[in-house]
Write a protein that binds this ligand. Structure first.
Ligand code: WQD
Length: 326
């Protein structure tokens, strides 16, 4: 099999490219390098620079590399930015997907894995979020992921394309320091940034209805996430006409306060956090039920919070050498 990984020069995509080749699959990365980094793409994986909005280039790439499956990650992913720029998000995420799917169907590629998000659930009022929990996205970003799932599923039903939508929970960690997330828009790097500035990590609200009052999330190591893509891709290839929607999480809730304590432990800091007002739109608790992926693919995560924080910190220090001395 040859898998085209769109967005494969990004943080998660590059981990998937690596996991695919380590598992003995062939991979080709397709990325417009708007946020992707060419050096992240493994040496033995070809990189095609292009946008998924460019149907001709996608079609040429599918043909030239004899692609037999697509893993589609290329998309905009900032929740706050999506509220400011909904037209941009719908164009990049929805139109980019539509054009890509057209090329995939025209080329007769049989399998398609779509990168979705726990953002499709919005503010779920349940202890464990199953794939059947109602989807009520709270941002244009989440809307494009949910509508993207619908388009993928409808296309699969109409054409026989095997499809999967993978709903990522909170991704953290790195396989290697140089593959770490370079963005500072999620909790773990935001704690690192504060520690590096010699400032206290911030807790956005401690008056939530949770055991310690801070928000609870389900953190998943990017290496586990990447391996889940390999398992999904293989399952689609082995079973034409398959249609999957799967949560990718560990099924374990960890609070913001617990995460900050763990980061202090792992990095050797001892900085008590400061509490600031709630960040608008944050749900109190979002934790995956991870049973369906275990049943469908016999897959479960193996890396814990310690692995996530330690590997993310190595990547942070690699990029910010001054952090090691902070
Ligand atoms: C986690 C918790 C914050 C920083 C978002 C998207 C989601 C997905 C992952 C793409 C929240 C709190 C954070 C800080 C804090 N993205 N926090 N202090 O909001 O759960 O999910 O990213 O698919 O769609 O919504 O992740 O890492 O931003 O925040 O207290 O300095 O940490 O309020 O409760 P979130 P996050």
């Amino acid at each position: 099999m040859t898998w085209l990984i769109t967005g494969g020069a990004g943080y998660i995509g590059a981990h998937i490219a690596r996991a695919m080749t380590e598992a003995g699959e062939r991979a080709v990365v397709y990325d417009d390098l708007s946020t992707g980094i060419a050096e992240r793409v493994p040496d033995d994986v070809p990189l095609v620079v292009g946008s998924t909005l460019d149907g001709e280039r996608v079609a040429r790439t599918l043909a030239e590399h004899s692609v037999t499956g697509v893993v589609h990650l290329a998309a905009k992913k900032q929740v706050g930015e999506s509220v400011q720029k909904p037209l941009h998000y719908y164009r990049e995420n929805m139109e980019g997907l539509r054009v890509l799917l057209e090329a995939v169907i025209a080329a007769g590629v049989p399998s398609f894995v779509f990168s979705s998000s726990a953002a499709v659930y919005g503010m779920p009022d349940v202890d464990l979020v199953t794939e059947d929990t109602p989807c009520v996205p709270m941002s244009p970003y989440g809307e494009t992921k949910l509508a993207g799932e619908w388009l993928v599923r409808a296309t699969g039903r109409a054409t026989g394309l095997s499809t999967a939508a993978l709903r990522y929970f909170n991704v953290a960690g790195a396989a290697r320091a140089d593959l770490a997330d370079v963005g500072v828009s999620n909790l773990v790097p935001m704690i690192f940034e504060r520690l590096t500035e010699n400032a206290p990590p911030r807790i956005f609200g401690d008056d939530y209805p949770t055991p310690d009052g801070t928000c609870v999330r389900d953190y998943i190591h990017v290496v586990d996430l990447a391996e889940a893509h390999v398992a999904t891709a293989r399952a689609l290839a082995a079973d034409p006409g398959r249609e999957l929607i799967l949560n990718i999480g560990r099924g374990q809730g960890v609070s913001v306060r617990e995460m900050i304590d763990r980061v202090n432990e792992v990095t050797g800091h001892d900085r008590p956090p400061t509490v600031t007002p709630r960040r608008p739109g944050d749900p109190a608790r979002v934790v995956a039920a991870a049973d369906r992926i275990a049943a469908e693919l016999d897959w479960k995560a193996t890396h814990d919070i310690q692995d996530m924080i330690a590997s993310a910190w190595e990547g942070w220090v690699h990029l910010h050498p001054q952090a090691a001395r902070a």
